[in-house]
Design a protein around this ligand. Structure first.
Ligand code: 5GP
Length: 190
């Protein structure tokens, strides 16, 4: 998606440890016009698929999912990062190792909102090692629901996540795939 790549080139900041900061338009301050274009693009890429729910993870996935959901006309469910241990029974949970913080945390969704009939599109801002997407798809599987696909705004193609997810047979659409990035040379796309 050229508009997104242009914006990353203009405003993205490359940090140590293979982290791209997009705080001025996606992760902190949010450019809603850009998100609307992102939402339309996800809709185009998953055209013809039956989708009943969009699933994402708090916090940065929520805005993306909410605006995309306008074009799919479905509700958004976001997995909560949970600190409470004793919640088994009413929720589906899985573990996610955070790329940016290096910690393992639990995510959960209420069983009330994820049903076996659901056809789920998973959306997130970044794909790095794939742990967030795998954790989210486990929630869907545990519910007996179906993962229709996964949409990512920025995939870091030099990390293992993309391959991992595609190998699982999940229909993955990334709007910008970064081949390599460095402070000296900037970002190169696939
Ligand atoms: P994964 O689970 O695929 O290893 O990492 C994806 C998650 O980590 C995303 O939900 C995102 O919040 C965060 N993340 C991974 N890489 C980056 C990055 O380069 N920049 C930012 N801002 N977040 C990232």
């Amino acid at each position: 998606m050229q508009l997104l790549k242009d914006r990353i080139n203009k405003d993205g900041k490359i940090k140590e440890g293979n982290v791209l900061k997009v705080d001025s338009f996606l992760n902190h301050q949010i450019d809603i016009e850009l998100l609307e274009e992102i939402g339309k693009e996800f809709k185009r890429r998953f055209e013809g698929e039956e989708i009943t729910k969009i699933l994402t993870i708090e916090a940065s996935g929520i805005a993306i999912a909410c605006i995309a959901a306008k074009y799919f006309n479905v509700p958004v469910l976001f997995a909560k990062k949970s600190k409470t241990k004793n919640i088994a029974g009413e929720v589906y949970t899985s573990k996610v190792e955070s790329f940016t913080h290096g910690k393992v945390y639990d995510i959960m969704v209420s069983k009330e909102f994820l049903l076996k009939e659901d056809k789920v599109l998973i959306l997130d801002d970044f794909l790095a090692n794939g742990q967030a997407l795998l954790g989210l798809s486990k929630l869907v599987e545990d519910a007996g629901a179906t993962v229709v696909g996964a949409g990512i705004v920025i995939e870091k193609g030099f990390q293992v996540g993309g391959e991992l997810i595609r190998k699982q047979g999940i229909h993955l659409e990334s709007l910008a795939i970064i081949e390599k990035m460095s402070v000296e040379d900037g970002v190169t796309y696939r």
